[in-house]
Ligand binder design. Structure first.
Ligand code: SF4
Ligand code: SF4
Length: 84
């Protein structure tokens, strides 16, 4: 399914341009109304076919901010922080 951005997000914007499929929305566009960036679950491909690991997490300065959501493609435990 996708990775997910938690409320640990500090809205630094470092992840947005790293996404190869444009799946990340900024806080002003977050459909859940949270003051955090948002990964569109249907758009995120978990960087499969692009990078070995999620590129957004590699750029994120906040530990544990980007986690796997349920039903992710890579079989990670939901809520597990994505390794940078
Ligand atoms: S894991 Fe990859 S495809 Fe998914 S939001 Fe992050 S950068 Fe985009
Ligand atoms: S890089 Fe991390 S802290 Fe910065 S906007 Fe993206 S998810 Fe939020």
């Amino acid at each position: 399914m996708s990775v997910k951005i938690t409320d640990a997000c500090i809205c630094c914007g470092a992840c947005v341009d790293e996404c190869p499929v444009g799946a990340i929305l900024d806080d002003s566009e977050n459909p859940e109304g949270e003051a955090a960036y948002y990964v569109q679950p249907k758009a995120c491909v978990e960087c499969e076919g692009h990078y070995d690991a999620p590129a957004c997490a590699s750029q994120c300065p906040t530990e544990g901010c980007i986690v796997y959501s349920e039903g992710n493609k890579r079989g990670m435990l939901a809520g597990t922080p994505v390794a940078a």
